[in-house]
Design a protein around this ligand. Sequence first.
Ligand SMILES: [Zn+2]
Length: 480
Amino acid sequence: MRSVPGKTTRGNFGCPFWLWPVAFLVSACQPAADDAIDLIVEGDYVVSMDAGGTVIENGAVAIDDGIILALGPAADITAEYAADETLAGDGRVVMPGLINGHTHAAMTLLRGVADDLALMEWLQNYIFPAEVEFVDAEFVRIGTELACWEMIRGGTTTFVDMYYYPDTIAEVIERCGLRALISATVIDQRSPDAEDAGDSIAKGGGFVERWLDRNSRITPIFGPHANYTLDAEQLRATREAAMRHGVPISIHVSESQFELQNSQDVYGMPSIEMLDSIGFFDGPTIAAHVVWPTPEEIPILAERKVGVIHNPSSNTKLASGISPVTEMLEAGVLMGLGTDGTASNNDLDMWEEMRLAAFLQKVDRMDPEALPAPAVLGMATLGGATAIGLGDSIGSLEAGKRADLIQVAFDDVHHVPTYDVISHLVYVTDEQDVASVVVDGKVLMKERRILTIDTDRVAAEATELAARIQAALAERNRRQ
Ligand SMILES: [Zn+2]
């Protein structure tokens, strides 16, 4: 790590200016080891995802102390900086890490327990009862570790989580090195970690207090489940708690036709209008799904700067519907992408979400030009970062931003030949192609080797816990 900015480049020989002539003559002053920056990441292409869409051929990114110092042609960067570590760029594409704007990470342990059902039957008859029975802090610890492993492997560097035992989630994130907004779930029913809405708001407040400003990679937030599992007063109370602590909220909004009908029946208006009418959007809000906004509600989302997270796999698997992403983007709504939990997806692969998001818009509108590759890649990077309130610090590769980036291997047969790198990233690349992952300047995966998680231990623990869940489910089915 370099200590004094401006004294560490190869250009000034790493020594005081009055020695430069001497250094030039004898080349005696090589950069001292402690003058080197932390990391240089190189690539055949550096896809910055900045506002201008800059792509640098044979580029490199210079990183120190968790921050991007510079990016440019690799020859310039390596001439300017010496680094403790370099990730070589042959056959690699460098881009910002992917941002999964909505998931329930620990549900990796419920992957495949109930499939091929509609949202409300799936939630009320399978997921909620299974969670009350099986989910405890240990479940959350193992399930979240499993999810972090899968996300790092697939090039996700930031995610927005909503689950139970948020302190346990935060402890896992602290260790595995990812960046996350962690929502304390608020729901008006007995859940794994609370009795009702009031209890979950109180416990959520404790979590937020404990984790606010504790780790710059972790943002503790509130996660009221939806406007059909909480009433107006409870939703308002959650917003007030979030305002008191100065933190955002993530919530499921307008996900299914059940929700649309329920909101009409109970409140006389659809969900987004209802939430706006109670002042719910007075603070930063991350709204997952938004499959059924009315034409009158889309401008509300834009005006109130609600970050909308599109979850195409979950919406298709549960037959919730196709979100009007194109209309929302045209209206200026901040849009990101998410996987939702693995029980309704069934994986955490953001590449698949990108491809499916693009294909769904095209077939829904019968327009192959709908949601083109650059737009959907934007939703998974800078757009997603902006939607979750972190657009100033992550989501694109620009000097001064936090160093969250990935190297994608472009040497597999499906990348040969490469005419258009953006097209390949959206329509060809999958999670197996991700080679290296850097978050906050720290290498979490290097050439497909995960450095921050003991994957053998996590696999063994997950397998053992899943066997206990399966035995208990079999016993319950036998008794029924
Ligand atoms: Zn969800």
